[in-house]
Design a protein around this ligand. Structure first.
Ligand code: NDP
Length: 506
């Protein structure tokens, strides 16, 4: 199969130049731009500014000024909420442009990305609603002489660092909540897929976000990201990416004790019992493994199947895997697009080869698909995987499913928990007791029961163990970007510590 590029798509592929947004101005970095080659079509589609350390520092200074003396933190929540709602409308109005950028820069299927951008619009609206509900507490129960008021204050300047796999969706899980709280921000998207985040800067300006509140600095993690995690004027870092860089972020942030929020990798199991709706499960297994080409923190990359159904399930999943449409991400019927870079393709292939050499069997796929351009990988199933193999423990981040088996509930729980990650998990059974027992004992931030990878703006998302720290979305999402301050107020004459009461009253 060869990818043919229809004329309209070619128009979308004409390389586009992007600037950076610092203190309300659109700037170029001094250095040569970063060229992004579309992973699906092999042509340059975007040129991003290669921001420098000095650019990052300028952006941080602008965000600091906007926080310390600017109007944004001092506005009413209703005013901020109105601007966020306007931003949501503008995102919806420019959705197809944003979709096109995420599709061609990240190689994601267009029909999937349309869903992600619609989801992002919903998140911006949800953040706008939460903005007006941010409140503290009062204690009128501390005696006649005391009134306690607990304030929620914006935490300050927040740096936001995002990965390449869900470029617009992930920035939308962070930025609207940070600015809803009254924070100011510096955003660094992945150097591989920065286009849609830069467009978001234009949208926020048009919506009425004042200068300096949202700064967008493109460039590499080593140059820009490192400054954003360590600079003393940053109060909080909100990071999504690999566990390795997440740890580095925490180390850098520790030098000035910044708050950190980390959304990191996963090695998510789906545990399946014989009494489950197996038709529904087979569909969810294929979706969980190959959605976003498996380049997904939530990928259901480990199947833990009851031994009695394992053989049948592997055969059925293999049959369905053969029908998954891998191809041109611009084609609305495509289900799986390209692998992000040739280097990442090699990493995925390395895991598959190592597992095969260690005794796993290739039940489907296993290698490259030659589509004439770009890098594509066949949906791949490895059966007979054991828990000590790297493919069973490490995040492969590709369309690769590892199949393990169990005989007892205890064994299933033990296999599921036997990894460093704890992001999400699925359990499939019609038995209520089985689902709840497993759901309560697996150490992961989200447990799906008889479904997989569903979500909503109302539901908190994040990981346990080495999958992260903190939660995004949900009704506390704005609070995460605040500090708590206690106002302890005295009413009437204060009892002196050293002066006897009688003398004082005399
Ligand atoms: P990386 O950790 O490589 O990069 C994430 C971001 O960090 C990028 O913007 C990157 O910049 C930046 N970065 C790199 N080095 C540094 C540094 N020294 N200091 C500060 N920032 C730095 O992850 P990927 O982009 O490869 O994304 C894939 C990972 O993201 C997977 O592990 C996946 O599980 C995780 N992820 C987690 C999610 C969750 O919610 N739990 C959701 C989605 C993804 P650049 O690359 O431009 O150099």
């Amino acid at each position: 199969m060869t990818i043919s590029i229809p004329p309209k798509a070619l128009e979308a592929l004409a390389a586009r130049d992007f600037k950076m947004l610092i203190d309300g101005r659109w700037l170029e970095a001094g250095a040569a731009p970063i060229e992004r080659v579309a992973p699906s079509h092999g042509v340059v589609v975007s040129r991003f500014q290669a921001g420098t350390k000095a650019d990052a520092e300028r952006a941080i200074a602008a965000a600091r000024r906007a926080f310390d003396t600017g109007p944004w933190p001092r506005m009413t929540a209703a005013q901020r909420s109105t601007i966020l709602l306007k931003a949501a409308d503008l995102i919806a109005a420019r959705a197809e442009e944003i979709v096109a950028l995420d599709v061609i820069e990240a190689g994601k299927p267009i029909s999937q990305v349309r869903g992600e951008i619609a989801g992002a619009v919903d998140i911006w609206r949800y953040a706008a609603a939460l903005a007006r509900d941010l409140h503290g507490e009062s204690y009128n129960t501390l005696g006649d002489g005391t009134l306690g008021v607990v304030l929620r204050e914006a935490i300050g300047v927040v740096s936001i660092i995002t990965p390449w796999n869900f470029p617009f969706l992930i920035v939308s899980q962070k930025l609207p909540f940070a600015i809803a709280a009254g924070c100011t921000t510096v955003v660094k998207p992945s150097e591989l897929s920065s286009g849609s985040t830069v467009i978001l800067g234009e949208i926020l300006q048009e919506a009425g976000v004042p200068d300096g509140v949202v700064n967008i600095v493109t460039g590499t993690g080593a140059e820009v990201g490192a400054v954003l995690t360590a600079h003393p004027d940053i109060d909080m870092v909100s990071f999504t990416g690999s566990t390795g860089v997440g740890k580095l972020t925490m180390t850098n942030a520790a030098t000035t004790l910044k708050k950190v929020s980390l959304e990191l990798g996963g090695k998510n199991p789906q545990i399946v019992f014989p009494d489950a709706d197996l038709d529904a499960f087979v569909d969810a297994a294929v979706f969980g493994a190959y959605f976003n080409a498996g380049e997904c923190c939530n990928a259901g990359s480990r199947l833990i199947l009851h031994k009695s159904i394992a053989e049948e399930m592997v055969a059925r999943i293999a049959r369905l895997s053969a029908e998954v449409k891998v191809g041109d991400p611009l084609d609305p019927t495509t289900q799986v697009g390209a692998i992000i870079t040739p280097q990442h393709f090699e990493k995925i292939a390395g895991y598959v080869n190592a597992a095969s050499q260690a005794g796993a069997q290739l039940a489907h796929g296993g290698g490259a698909l030659d589509l004439g351009r770009g890098q594509f990988m066949a949906p791949t199933i490895l059966s007979g995987v054991t828990r000590d193999m790297a493919v069973a423990r490490e995040e492969v981040f590709g369309p690769v499913l590892s199949v393990l088996t169990f005989e007892t509930v205890e064994e299933a729980i033990s296999i599921a928990n036997a990894v460093d990650y704890g992001l999400s998990a699925g359990v499939w059974s019609r038995d209520f007791d089985t689902c709840l027992t497993i759901g309560r004992r697996i150490r992961a931030g989200t447990i799906w029961m008889n479904t997989f990878m569903d979500g909503a703006s109302e539901l908190p998302f994040g990981g346990m163990k080495q999958s992260g720290l903190g939660r995004e979305l949900g009704r506390h999402a704005v609070e995460d970007y605040t500090e708590t301050k206690t106002l302890n107020m005295h009413i009437g004459a204060r009892t002196s510590w050293w002066m006897p009461q009688t003398e004082r009253l005399a």
